[in-house]
Design a protein around this ligand. Structure first.
Ligand code: COA
Length: 390
Protein backbone atom coordinates (compact mmCIF):
# COMPACT_ATOMS: atom_id res chain seq x y z
CA UNK A 1 0.00 0.00 0.00
CA UNK A 2 1.11 3.58 -0.72
CA UNK A 3 2.86 5.87 1.75
CA UNK A 4 0.60 8.22 3.77
CA UNK A 5 -0.08 11.70 2.39
CA UNK A 6 -0.93 13.05 5.85
CA UNK A 7 -2.11 11.72 9.21
CA UNK A 8 -5.12 12.43 11.38
CA UNK A 9 -4.18 12.56 15.06
CA UNK A 10 -7.45 13.77 16.58
CA UNK A 11 -11.03 14.63 15.64
CA UNK A 12 -14.04 16.38 17.09
CA UNK A 13 -17.65 16.87 16.10
CA UNK A 14 -20.56 18.74 17.69
CA UNK A 15 -24.02 17.36 18.18
CA UNK A 16 -25.87 18.01 14.91
CA UNK A 17 -29.43 19.36 14.81
CA UNK A 18 -31.17 22.63 15.54
CA UNK A 19 -28.60 24.29 17.80
CA UNK A 20 -30.36 27.40 19.05
CA UNK A 21 -28.54 30.29 20.69
CA UNK A 22 -25.06 29.69 19.28
CA UNK A 23 -23.17 31.17 16.37
CA UNK A 24 -21.26 29.12 13.78
CA UNK A 25 -17.97 30.25 15.34
CA UNK A 26 -19.06 28.75 18.69
CA UNK A 27 -20.01 25.48 17.03
CA UNK A 28 -16.60 25.31 15.39
CA UNK A 29 -14.84 25.95 18.72
CA UNK A 30 -16.97 23.21 20.32
CA UNK A 31 -15.83 20.68 17.70
CA UNK A 32 -12.21 21.83 17.94
CA UNK A 33 -12.22 21.68 21.73
CA UNK A 34 -13.29 18.04 21.58
CA UNK A 35 -10.37 17.32 19.23
CA UNK A 36 -7.94 19.24 21.48
CA UNK A 37 -9.16 17.51 24.67
CA UNK A 38 -8.63 14.12 23.01
CA UNK A 39 -5.04 15.04 22.12
CA UNK A 40 -3.22 16.19 25.28
CA UNK A 41 0.16 16.32 23.52
CA UNK A 42 -1.13 19.03 21.20
CA UNK A 43 -0.76 22.64 22.28
CA UNK A 44 -3.04 24.40 19.75
CA UNK A 45 -1.51 27.89 19.93
CA UNK A 46 2.03 26.51 19.71
CA UNK A 47 1.63 23.60 17.29
CA UNK A 48 -1.10 24.48 14.76
CA UNK A 49 0.41 26.35 11.81
CA UNK A 50 -2.61 26.55 9.50
CA UNK A 51 -6.43 26.53 9.61
CA UNK A 52 -8.71 25.32 6.80
CA UNK A 53 -12.44 25.89 7.18
CA UNK A 54 -15.18 24.72 4.83
CA UNK A 55 -18.36 26.78 4.93
CA UNK A 56 -20.91 27.11 2.18
CA UNK A 57 -22.79 30.34 2.71
CA UNK A 58 -22.56 33.76 4.30
CA UNK A 59 -26.34 34.07 4.09
CA UNK A 60 -27.24 32.07 7.21
CA UNK A 61 -25.53 34.46 9.63
CA UNK A 62 -24.78 37.42 7.35
CA UNK A 63 -21.11 36.74 8.05
CA UNK A 64 -18.32 36.58 5.53
CA UNK A 65 -14.55 36.42 6.10
CA UNK A 66 -15.00 33.53 8.49
CA UNK A 67 -11.46 32.12 8.44
CA UNK A 68 -9.83 34.86 10.58
CA UNK A 69 -12.90 34.98 12.80
CA UNK A 70 -12.65 31.28 13.59
CA UNK A 71 -8.85 31.47 14.04
CA UNK A 72 -9.47 34.24 16.57
CA UNK A 73 -12.14 32.29 18.45
CA UNK A 74 -9.80 29.28 18.56
CA UNK A 75 -7.00 31.41 20.04
CA UNK A 76 -4.57 30.54 17.25
CA UNK A 77 -4.03 34.00 15.68
CA UNK A 78 -1.99 34.88 13.63
CA UNK A 79 -1.73 31.51 11.80
CA UNK A 80 -2.78 31.64 8.14
CA UNK A 81 -6.44 30.70 7.86
CA UNK A 82 -8.29 29.70 4.69
CA UNK A 83 -11.99 29.25 3.91
CA UNK A 84 -13.13 26.98 1.10
CA UNK A 85 -16.55 26.97 -0.57
CA UNK A 86 -17.70 24.02 -2.65
CA UNK A 87 -21.36 23.78 -1.63
CA UNK A 88 -21.90 20.56 0.37
CA UNK A 89 -18.31 19.49 -0.33
CA UNK A 90 -16.84 22.64 1.27
CA UNK A 91 -14.92 20.80 4.00
CA UNK A 92 -14.03 17.83 1.76
CA UNK A 93 -12.28 20.42 -0.38
CA UNK A 94 -10.79 22.03 2.77
CA UNK A 95 -9.19 18.64 3.48
CA UNK A 96 -7.74 18.58 -0.02
CA UNK A 97 -6.25 22.08 0.47
CA UNK A 98 -4.79 20.98 3.81
CA UNK A 99 -3.22 17.99 2.06
CA UNK A 100 -1.64 20.31 -0.49
CA UNK A 101 -0.30 22.45 2.37
CA UNK A 102 1.25 19.45 4.14
CA UNK A 103 2.52 17.80 0.98
CA UNK A 104 4.19 21.08 -0.08
CA UNK A 105 6.20 21.01 3.14
CA UNK A 106 5.01 24.52 4.08
CA UNK A 107 2.75 23.27 6.90
CA UNK A 108 3.25 20.53 9.52
CA UNK A 109 0.18 20.57 11.79
CA UNK A 110 -3.13 21.98 10.59
CA UNK A 111 -6.69 22.12 11.84
CA UNK A 112 -9.23 21.29 9.14
CA UNK A 113 -12.95 21.54 9.67
CA UNK A 114 -16.30 22.72 8.50
CA UNK A 115 -19.34 24.44 9.89
CA UNK A 116 -22.82 25.61 8.91
CA UNK A 117 -25.52 27.24 11.03
CA UNK A 118 -28.52 26.75 8.79
CA UNK A 119 -31.55 26.85 11.08
CA UNK A 120 -31.44 30.64 11.49
CA UNK A 121 -33.44 30.75 8.26
CA UNK A 122 -36.81 29.22 7.40
CA UNK A 123 -36.94 26.21 5.05
CA UNK A 124 -37.93 28.32 2.01
CA UNK A 125 -34.92 30.61 2.48
CA UNK A 126 -32.56 27.68 3.16
CA UNK A 127 -33.81 26.09 -0.05
CA UNK A 128 -33.00 29.29 -1.93
CA UNK A 129 -29.52 29.60 -0.38
CA UNK A 130 -28.70 25.95 -1.12
CA UNK A 131 -30.07 26.42 -4.63
CA UNK A 132 -27.35 29.00 -5.34
CA UNK A 133 -25.06 26.00 -5.82
CA UNK A 134 -27.03 25.09 -8.96
CA UNK A 135 -26.97 26.91 -12.30
CA UNK A 136 -28.52 30.40 -11.97
CA UNK A 137 -30.03 31.08 -15.40
CA UNK A 138 -31.15 27.57 -16.30
CA UNK A 139 -31.98 25.92 -12.96
CA UNK A 140 -32.59 28.48 -10.19
CA UNK A 141 -34.58 30.78 -12.46
CA UNK A 142 -36.85 27.94 -13.49
CA UNK A 143 -37.60 27.15 -9.87
CA UNK A 144 -35.95 23.79 -9.46
CA UNK A 145 -34.36 23.18 -6.05
CA UNK A 146 -31.98 20.41 -4.89
CA UNK A 147 -34.73 17.94 -3.91
CA UNK A 148 -36.04 18.43 -7.48
CA UNK A 149 -32.61 17.97 -9.05
CA UNK A 150 -31.99 14.72 -7.17
CA UNK A 151 -35.56 13.61 -7.96
CA UNK A 152 -34.64 13.91 -11.65
CA UNK A 153 -31.66 11.61 -11.05
CA UNK A 154 -33.89 9.20 -9.12
CA UNK A 155 -36.58 8.97 -11.79
CA UNK A 156 -33.94 8.45 -14.50
CA UNK A 157 -32.28 5.72 -12.39
CA UNK A 158 -35.63 4.05 -11.78
CA UNK A 159 -36.49 4.15 -15.48
CA UNK A 160 -33.10 2.84 -16.65
CA UNK A 161 -32.30 0.27 -13.96
CA UNK A 162 -35.60 -0.55 -12.27
CA UNK A 163 -34.56 0.96 -8.95
CA UNK A 164 -37.63 1.12 -6.70
CA UNK A 165 -39.07 3.50 -4.12
CA UNK A 166 -38.72 0.66 -1.58
CA UNK A 167 -34.98 0.44 -2.24
CA UNK A 168 -34.66 4.20 -1.71
CA UNK A 169 -36.65 3.80 1.50
CA UNK A 170 -34.32 1.05 2.72
CA UNK A 171 -31.37 3.47 2.56
CA UNK A 172 -33.26 5.82 4.89
CA UNK A 173 -34.27 2.99 7.26
CA UNK A 174 -30.64 1.75 7.46
CA UNK A 175 -29.21 5.21 8.11
CA UNK A 176 -31.85 6.10 10.69
CA UNK A 177 -31.06 2.80 12.45
CA UNK A 178 -27.37 3.75 12.53
CA UNK A 179 -28.35 7.21 13.80
CA UNK A 180 -29.89 5.60 16.90
CA UNK A 181 -26.34 4.48 17.80
CA UNK A 182 -24.81 7.96 17.36
CA UNK A 183 -25.42 10.33 20.27
CA UNK A 184 -24.38 13.29 18.09
CA UNK A 185 -26.93 12.55 15.33
CA UNK A 186 -29.72 14.99 14.41
CA UNK A 187 -32.24 12.12 14.34
CA UNK A 188 -31.83 9.22 16.76
CA UNK A 189 -35.04 7.33 16.10
CA UNK A 190 -35.54 4.29 13.93
CA UNK A 191 -38.12 4.34 11.14
CA UNK A 192 -39.81 1.70 8.98
CA UNK A 193 -40.14 1.35 5.23
CA UNK A 194 -43.81 2.19 5.69
CA UNK A 195 -42.89 5.44 7.47
CA UNK A 196 -40.74 6.46 4.51
CA UNK A 197 -43.23 5.49 1.82
CA UNK A 198 -46.12 7.23 3.56
CA UNK A 199 -44.20 10.41 4.41
CA UNK A 200 -45.12 13.53 2.48
CA UNK A 201 -43.76 13.94 -1.04
CA UNK A 202 -41.07 16.62 -1.35
CA UNK A 203 -40.18 16.05 -5.04
CA UNK A 204 -41.41 12.67 -6.31
CA UNK A 205 -40.10 10.02 -5.83
CA UNK A 206 -38.30 11.66 -2.91
CA UNK A 207 -40.34 11.97 0.23
CA UNK A 208 -39.57 13.61 3.58
CA UNK A 209 -37.57 10.61 4.81
CA UNK A 210 -35.58 10.41 1.56
CA UNK A 211 -34.12 13.85 2.30
CA UNK A 212 -31.31 14.92 4.59
CA UNK A 213 -32.48 17.54 7.07
CA UNK A 214 -31.52 21.18 7.60
CA UNK A 215 -29.00 21.06 10.46
CA UNK A 216 -26.50 23.10 12.44
CA UNK A 217 -23.13 21.65 13.34
CA UNK A 218 -19.37 21.64 13.02
CA UNK A 219 -16.63 19.05 12.73
CA UNK A 220 -12.86 19.07 12.55
CA UNK A 221 -9.71 16.98 12.41
CA UNK A 222 -6.11 17.66 13.37
CA UNK A 223 -3.93 16.73 10.40
CA UNK A 224 -0.14 16.41 10.50
CA UNK A 225 2.76 15.46 8.29
CA UNK A 226 3.02 11.64 8.65
CA UNK A 227 6.44 11.79 10.27
CA UNK A 228 5.07 13.95 13.11
CA UNK A 229 1.96 11.92 13.88
CA UNK A 230 3.49 9.84 16.68
CA UNK A 231 4.37 13.01 18.56
CA UNK A 232 0.64 13.50 19.13
CA UNK A 233 -0.89 10.02 19.30
CA UNK A 234 -0.10 6.30 19.37
CA UNK A 235 -3.06 5.62 17.07
CA UNK A 236 -2.90 7.86 14.00
CA UNK A 237 -5.08 7.32 10.96
CA UNK A 238 -3.26 7.90 7.69
CA UNK A 239 -4.79 9.47 4.58
CA UNK A 240 -3.46 7.26 1.79
CA UNK A 241 -5.47 8.43 -1.21
CA UNK A 242 -7.30 11.62 -2.12
CA UNK A 243 -8.76 12.90 -5.35
CA UNK A 244 -11.24 15.45 -6.60
CA UNK A 245 -13.13 15.93 -9.87
CA UNK A 246 -15.54 18.48 -11.29
CA UNK A 247 -18.56 18.27 -13.58
CA UNK A 248 -20.89 20.86 -15.11
CA UNK A 249 -22.67 23.17 -12.65
CA UNK A 250 -26.00 22.38 -14.30
CA UNK A 251 -27.47 18.89 -14.27
CA UNK A 252 -29.25 19.68 -17.54
CA UNK A 253 -25.90 19.78 -19.38
CA UNK A 254 -25.06 16.12 -18.66
CA UNK A 255 -25.55 13.26 -21.09
CA UNK A 256 -26.32 10.73 -18.35
CA UNK A 257 -27.83 11.74 -15.02
CA UNK A 258 -27.90 8.21 -13.62
CA UNK A 259 -24.17 8.06 -12.93
CA UNK A 260 -22.08 10.20 -10.58
CA UNK A 261 -19.09 10.97 -12.79
CA UNK A 262 -17.16 13.09 -10.31
CA UNK A 263 -17.22 10.27 -7.77
CA UNK A 264 -16.31 7.65 -10.35
CA UNK A 265 -13.28 9.67 -11.54
CA UNK A 266 -12.13 10.72 -8.05
CA UNK A 267 -12.53 7.16 -6.72
CA UNK A 268 -10.48 5.68 -9.55
CA UNK A 269 -7.66 8.15 -8.89
CA UNK A 270 -7.79 7.75 -5.10
CA UNK A 271 -7.79 3.92 -5.32
CA UNK A 272 -4.82 4.07 -7.68
CA UNK A 273 -2.94 6.51 -5.45
CA UNK A 274 -3.51 4.36 -2.36
CA UNK A 275 -3.03 1.01 -4.06
CA UNK A 276 -6.42 -0.06 -2.67
CA UNK A 277 -9.33 -1.84 -4.37
CA UNK A 278 -13.02 -1.20 -3.67
CA UNK A 279 -13.31 -4.72 -2.23
CA UNK A 280 -10.79 -3.84 0.48
CA UNK A 281 -12.84 -1.01 2.00
CA UNK A 282 -14.03 -2.03 5.48
CA UNK A 283 -16.21 0.99 6.21
CA UNK A 284 -17.39 4.00 4.19
CA UNK A 285 -19.17 7.29 4.74
CA UNK A 286 -20.94 8.42 1.58
CA UNK A 287 -22.88 11.54 0.64
CA UNK A 288 -26.53 10.52 1.07
CA UNK A 289 -28.01 14.03 0.78
CA UNK A 290 -30.97 12.16 -0.74
CA UNK A 291 -31.41 8.38 -0.66
CA UNK A 292 -30.81 8.05 -4.41
CA UNK A 293 -27.38 9.68 -3.92
CA UNK A 294 -26.26 6.80 -1.67
CA UNK A 295 -27.29 4.24 -4.30
CA UNK A 296 -25.47 6.17 -7.01
CA UNK A 297 -22.41 6.45 -4.73
CA UNK A 298 -22.23 2.63 -4.31
CA UNK A 299 -22.08 2.30 -8.08
CA UNK A 300 -19.56 5.10 -8.70
CA UNK A 301 -17.28 3.82 -5.93
CA UNK A 302 -17.26 0.34 -7.47
CA UNK A 303 -19.05 -1.33 -4.54
CA UNK A 304 -21.29 -2.88 -7.22
CA UNK A 305 -21.78 -2.53 -10.95
CA UNK A 306 -23.71 0.37 -12.50
CA UNK A 307 -27.43 0.05 -11.86
CA UNK A 308 -27.09 -2.53 -9.06
CA UNK A 309 -26.95 -0.11 -6.11
CA UNK A 310 -30.52 -0.87 -5.03
CA UNK A 311 -29.68 -4.57 -4.78
CA UNK A 312 -26.82 -3.83 -2.36
CA UNK A 313 -29.14 -2.25 0.15
CA UNK A 314 -31.81 -4.95 -0.47
CA UNK A 315 -29.26 -7.60 0.47
CA UNK A 316 -28.13 -5.78 3.63
CA UNK A 317 -24.53 -5.60 2.38
CA UNK A 318 -24.19 -1.96 3.46
CA UNK A 319 -25.91 -2.36 6.86
CA UNK A 320 -23.96 -2.42 10.10
CA UNK A 321 -23.06 -6.10 10.37
CA UNK A 322 -23.10 -6.46 6.57
CA UNK A 323 -20.04 -7.08 4.40
CA UNK A 324 -19.50 -3.39 3.63
CA UNK A 325 -21.10 -1.07 6.20
CA UNK A 326 -21.91 2.37 4.80
CA UNK A 327 -22.83 5.46 6.81
CA UNK A 328 -22.39 3.97 10.25
CA UNK A 329 -22.70 7.53 11.64
CA UNK A 330 -26.28 7.74 10.35
CA UNK A 331 -25.10 9.51 7.20
CA UNK A 332 -26.39 12.88 6.12
CA UNK A 333 -29.89 11.42 6.33
CA UNK A 334 -29.95 10.82 10.09
CA UNK A 335 -26.75 12.30 11.51
CA UNK A 336 -27.71 15.54 9.74
CA UNK A 337 -26.28 17.74 7.01
CA UNK A 338 -24.93 21.12 8.14
CA UNK A 339 -23.52 21.37 4.66
CA UNK A 340 -20.10 22.95 5.31
CA UNK A 341 -19.43 20.51 8.16
CA UNK A 342 -20.26 17.32 6.27
CA UNK A 343 -16.94 16.50 4.57
CA UNK A 344 -14.87 16.58 7.75
CA UNK A 345 -17.69 14.97 9.76
CA UNK A 346 -17.33 11.97 7.44
CA UNK A 347 -13.57 11.94 8.14
CA UNK A 348 -14.31 12.12 11.90
CA UNK A 349 -16.48 9.00 11.68
CA UNK A 350 -13.82 7.08 9.77
CA UNK A 351 -11.20 8.24 12.31
CA UNK A 352 -13.37 6.89 15.15
CA UNK A 353 -13.95 3.62 13.28
CA UNK A 354 -10.27 3.05 12.47
CA UNK A 355 -9.20 3.84 16.03
CA UNK A 356 -11.93 1.58 17.52
CA UNK A 357 -13.72 4.48 19.22
CA UNK A 358 -17.07 4.21 17.43
CA UNK A 359 -18.91 2.64 20.37
CA UNK A 360 -22.08 0.72 19.55
CA UNK A 361 -21.65 1.32 15.84
CA UNK A 362 -18.07 0.01 15.72
CA UNK A 363 -17.19 -2.14 12.70
CA UNK A 364 -14.97 -4.85 14.17
CA UNK A 365 -11.42 -4.88 12.86
CA UNK A 366 -11.92 -1.96 10.44
CA UNK A 367 -8.57 -1.05 8.90
CA UNK A 368 -9.36 0.73 5.63
CA UNK A 369 -11.99 3.45 5.29
CA UNK A 370 -13.38 5.71 2.57
CA UNK A 371 -15.23 9.01 2.46
CA UNK A 372 -17.15 10.35 -0.52
CA UNK A 373 -18.31 13.98 -0.43
CA UNK A 374 -20.26 15.75 -3.15
CA UNK A 375 -21.12 19.40 -3.86
CA UNK A 376 -24.21 20.57 -5.74
CA UNK A 377 -25.68 18.12 -8.23
CA UNK A 378 -22.33 16.26 -8.04
CA UNK A 379 -20.51 19.15 -9.71
CA UNK A 380 -17.72 18.66 -7.17
CA UNK A 381 -16.69 15.21 -5.98
CA UNK A 382 -14.06 14.31 -3.39
CA UNK A 383 -13.00 10.78 -2.43
CA UNK A 384 -10.48 10.08 0.34
CA UNK A 385 -9.01 6.79 1.57
CA UNK A 386 -7.77 6.13 5.09
CA UNK A 387 -5.70 3.43 6.75
CA UNK A 388 -5.32 2.60 10.41
CA UNK A 389 -1.75 3.48 11.50
CA UNK A 390 0.56 0.53 12.09
N1 COA B 1 -35.98 13.75 7.53
C1 COA B 1 -36.77 13.36 8.55
N2 COA B 1 -37.53 14.20 9.28
C2 COA B 1 -37.48 15.50 8.95
C3 COA B 1 -36.67 15.98 7.91
C4 COA B 1 -35.90 15.05 7.18
N3 COA B 1 -35.13 15.46 6.18
N4 COA B 1 -36.82 17.31 7.82
C5 COA B 1 -37.69 17.67 8.80
N5 COA B 1 -38.08 16.57 9.47
C6 COA B 1 -39.06 16.49 10.55
C7 COA B 1 -38.84 17.55 11.60
O1 COA B 1 -38.01 17.07 12.65
C8 COA B 1 -40.25 17.80 12.10
O2 COA B 1 -40.61 16.75 12.97
P1 COA B 1 -41.57 17.02 14.25
O3 COA B 1 -42.86 17.52 13.66
O4 COA B 1 -41.66 15.69 14.90
O5 COA B 1 -40.85 18.06 15.04
C9 COA B 1 -41.10 17.65 10.85
O6 COA B 1 -40.34 16.79 9.97
C10 COA B 1 -41.39 18.96 10.15
O7 COA B 1 -40.15 19.65 10.01
P2 COA B 1 -39.99 20.95 9.15
O8 COA B 1 -38.67 21.56 9.52
O9 COA B 1 -41.22 21.81 9.28
O10 COA B 1 -39.92 20.36 7.68
P3 COA B 1 -39.79 21.19 6.37
O11 COA B 1 -40.91 20.84 5.47
O12 COA B 1 -39.61 22.65 6.69
O13 COA B 1 -38.42 20.65 5.73
C11 COA B 1 -37.38 19.34 4.00
C12 COA B 1 -38.33 19.34 5.22
C13 COA B 1 -37.23 17.93 3.50
C14 COA B 1 -37.98 20.24 2.89
C15 COA B 1 -36.01 19.92 4.47
O14 COA B 1 -35.48 19.08 5.49
C16 COA B 1 -35.03 19.99 3.31
O15 COA B 1 -35.06 20.92 2.52
N6 COA B 1 -34.11 19.02 3.20
C17 COA B 1 -33.12 18.97 2.12
C18 COA B 1 -31.93 19.83 2.46
C19 COA B 1 -31.00 19.93 1.28
O16 COA B 1 -31.38 20.12 0.15
N7 COA B 1 -29.69 19.83 1.54
C20 COA B 1 -28.68 19.94 0.52
C21 COA B 1 -28.62 18.71 -0.26
S1 COA B 1 -27.81 18.92 -1.83
Amino acid sequence: MAKPLASIVSAGVTRFGAREGVYARELFVEAAQEAFDACPNLSPARDIDGLFVGMMSESYEHQAHVAPMIADWLGILPVPAFRTEAACASSGVAMRCALYAIQSGMHDVVLVGGVEKMTNLRTASVTEVLGMASDYPFEQWHGISFPGIFALMATAHMAKYGTTEEQLAKVAVKNHQNGTLNPKAHFQKSITIGDVLSSRVVAWPLKLYDCSPISDGASCIVMTAPKLARRFTDTPVHIVGSAQAQDTIGLYERDDVTSMNVTRIAARKAYEMAGVRAEQIDVAEVHDCFTIAEIMAYEALGFCSQGQGGRLVDDGITSLGGKKPVNTSGGLKAKGHPVGATGTAQACEIYLQLTSQAGKRQVDGAEIGLTQNVGGSASTGVVQLYRRGD
